[in-house]
Design a protein around this ligand. Structure first.
Ligand SMILES: [Fe+2]
Ligand SMILES: [Fe+2]
Length: 129
């Protein structure tokens, strides 16, 4: 999504949120490649940039009023984490069926992460809301 001079302010903000979001993931993927090539300082710098891009996207999202009531937001994210847990297990099965062990293994690892994220959010809901 590129920005043009005819975009409204709302479009500029939306474009920035999606652009920064894409950059975070891409910079972090570049950092993994740099790690694998033994270029540690390159990886570290790319991760530093990724965190700043994440902060940009987050601030635009916040300023756009896209974060509502915290309890409701956490409940919404919890449902998403639970869905991600199931979806990643489905991806794991498909990767296994396709004989791609590396991808299957990562789907498994990431599914466990999603399960932990869900557990952490449940804990917050129980203790703070
Ligand atoms: Fe940025
Ligand atoms: Fe997650």
């Amino acid at each position: 999504m590129s920005e043009t001079t005819t975009d409204t302010l709302e479009q500029h903000i939306a474009n920035n949120i999606s652009g920064e979001t894409w950059e975070v993931v891409h910079y972090l993927a570049m950092a993994l490649k740099a790690d694998n090539e033994g270029k540690t300082e390159v990886a570290r710098t790319l991760r530093y940039i990724a965190m700043e891009e994440a902060a940009h996207g987050a601030r635009f999202k916040y300023l756009a009023g896209e974060v509502g009531d915290l309890r409701e937001e956490i409940e919404k994210m919890l449902a998403g984490e639970e869905g991600a847990f199931d979806g990643k297990h489905e991806g794991m099965k498909q990767a296994e069926a396709a004989g791609n062990k590396e991808v299957a293994s990562f789907f498994d690892t990431a599914a466990h992460d999603e399960g932990r994220h869900a557990a952490m959010l449940r804990d917050l809901l129980g203790r703070y809301f």
